[in-house]
Write a protein that binds this ligand. Structure first.
Ligand SMILES: Nc1ncnc2c1ncn2[C@@H]1O[C@H](COP(=O)(O)OP(=O)(O)O)[C@@H](O)[C@H]1O
Ligand SMILES: [Mg+2]
Length: 372
C-alpha cells in the first residue's frame, strides 16, 4: 500500500497500546511524523519509518542512529528523541518531543523573511551545529524544512537522519564514496560530488548559507528546473552572490551568507562558531541590538525597526515550492563516467531519481576514514 495511505490509516490507532496517533503531521520519502499522546497523557511526536523501507537493515540502523545522533549533540536546539521501538507490523519508530509551530520552509513559502529574523535563526542553528561539530557529528541535511520555529519562539534543528557520527575514530553512520546524500538545493559542492572525505563541518556551513539565502530571497542558490539540474549546478558552479538576487540586502548580511557559500571549502567560514559570531555582528550592525544568548531559551525577536529600508520581498522562484513540497532528501548513487574530478561528466538517469529513497534505504555502507 502507498505509505501515505498507510500512514493516514494509522491515525486513531495506538502503537503498543500506549501511543495513540492523533494526527499525521508530515509524510516524506522515508518516514512519516505523527502527533501522538501516550496513555499517561504525555504528548509526543512519533516518526515512523515506512514499513517497506524498515525491512532494510541498513535503513533501520540509520533511522535508529538519528535518535542517537540528535541526543548526542546535547543541545536544547536539537530535537530530543525520547525512545525508539518497533510496531506490531514491523515498522520502526522514534518518539520525540512534540514541537508546535512551523518549519522555516513553511514560513518562507509564504514570503521571504526579514534579515533580522534570518540572522536570529542562523545564530540559533549555528549554536546547535557548533555543539554537534564539537562531538564529531555532521548533520548533512541542513535546510529550511529541517529547521523548526516553535510557537514559544525557539529554533529546533530536526532530522539527524543523514548525520554522520564519529566516535573514537570510528564512523558510526555508513555512507560509501560516490553516494550523494542530502538535498540538492542545499548541498555544498563536495557533498554534491559525493566526496565523502571532504564532507565536514564546513559542508554544514554551506547549507546554513543556502538556508539563509533562500530565507532572504525566496530562491534557491542554484536555479534549475529539476533536482538533477540543481544537483549538477551545486557540484559545478559557484553560488550566486546574495545581492544579485536581493539588491537591497545589507552588505553585512550578504557578506556572511556569501562567505558560507564559497565553492572552495577553505574560503568559507572556518567553523560554526566563527560564522555564528559574524551573524551576531551583522545583527548588531543592522539593529544596534545584541541577539539574545542562544544558550538559553530565547524568543524570536520582535523585529526591531531598522534604520535602512527592509528588502522588498523577492518573488519566490518556482522551484522553491517544488523543493519544499517534494522535500526530497536525495540519496542515490552517481554513476561517474571517466574522470570523477570533472563533475560535469556525471550522468544521472531519471531512474536513479525514482529510486532515490529506495537506494537510500539500501546503500549505506562506509569504510571509516582516519580523520574528518
Ligand atoms: N518533533 C516534532 N514535532 C513536530 N513536528 C515534527 C517533529 N519532527 C518532525 N516534524 C515535522 O515532520 C517533518 C518531517 O520530519 P523530519 O524529521 O524532517 O523527517 P524527514 O526525514 O521525513 O524529512 C518536519 O519537517 C516537521 O514538519
Ligand atoms: Mg526532514
Amino acid at each position: 500500500m502507498d505509505p501515505v495511505e498507510l500512514a493516514k490509516r494509522r491515525v486513531g490507532t495506538a502503537l503498543h497500546g500506549k501511543w495513540t496517533l492523533d494526527r499525521l503531521i508530515d509524510s516524506g520519502g522515508m518516514a512519516c511524523v505523527f502527533a501522538a499522546t501516550h496513555r499517561n497523557g504525555n504528548r509526543v511526536a512519533i516518526k515512523l519509518l515506512h514499513p517497506g523501507v524498515a525491512r532494510n537493515d541498513d535503513a533501520r540502523n540509520r533511522f535508529l542512529n538519528e535518535g542517537y545522533a540528535a541526543n548526542r549533540v546535547g543541545h536544547p536546539g536539537a530535537v530530543k528523541v525520547l525512545d525508539d521501538d518497533v510496531t506490531a507490523d514491523g515498522a520502526v519508530f522514534l518518539v520525540m518531543e512534540l514541537l508546535t509551530g512551523e518549519t522555516l520552509a513553511d514560513r518562507i513559502e509564504r514570503a521571504p523573511i526579514p534579515a533580522e529574523l534570518a540572522l536570529f535563526i542562523g545564530d540559533q542553528v549555528l549554536d546547535v551545529l557548533a555543539a554537534a561539530h564539537e562531538k564529531n557529528i555532521i548533520h548533512r541535511d541542513i535546510k529550511p524544512a529541517n529547521v523548526f520555529l516553535t510557537e514559544e519562539g525557539t529554533v529546533k534543528l530536526l532530522d539527524f537522519g543523514f548525520a554522520r557520527v564519529r566516535e573514537g575514530g570510528e564512523t558510526l553512520t555508513q555512507t560509501r564514496d560516490g553516494i550523494v546524500i542530502g538535498t540538492a538545493s542545499f548541498m555544498a559542492p563536495e557533498q554534491a560530488m559525493a566526496r565523502r572525505e571532504q564532507v565536514g563541518a564546513r559542508t554544514d556551513l554551506w547549507a546554513v548559507g543556502a538556508t539563509l539565502f533562500t530565507s532572504l530571497s525566496g530562491q534557491t542558490v542554484h536555479q534549475g528546473k529539476t533536482m538533477v539540474d540543481r544537483l549538477l549546478a551545486a557540484a559545478d558552479k559557484p553560488a550566486r552572490p546574495l545581492a544579485s538576487v536581493v539588491p537591497t540586502i545589507a552588505s553585512e548580511v550578504a557578506d556572511v551568507v556569501d562567505r558560507a557559500l564559497q565553492f572552495k571549502i577553505e574560503d568559507r567560514w572556518p567553523d560554526a562558531r566563527s560564522m555564528q559570531n559574524a551573524v551576531r555582528n551583522a545583527y548588531e550592525d543592522l539593529t544596534g541590538m545584541e541577539l539574545p544568548d542562544p544558550g538559553r531559551t530565547s524568543v524570536l525577536p520582535v523585529v526591531p525597526s531598522v534604520a535602512r529600508p527592509p528588502s522588498p520581498p523577492a518573488a519566490p522562484a518556482a522551484n522553491l515550492d517544488d523543493e519544499i513540497d517534494i522535500e526530497l532528501s536525495v540519496a542515490f548513487e552517481l554513476q561517474p563516467r571517466g574522470d570523477t574530478d570533472k563533475p560535469a561528466t556525471l550522468e544521472i538517469s531519471e531512474d536513479d531519481i525514482d529510486d532515490a529513497s529506495l537506494i537510500s534505504a539500501s546503500m549505506i555502507q562506509e569504510v571509516p576514514t582516519p580523520e574528518d
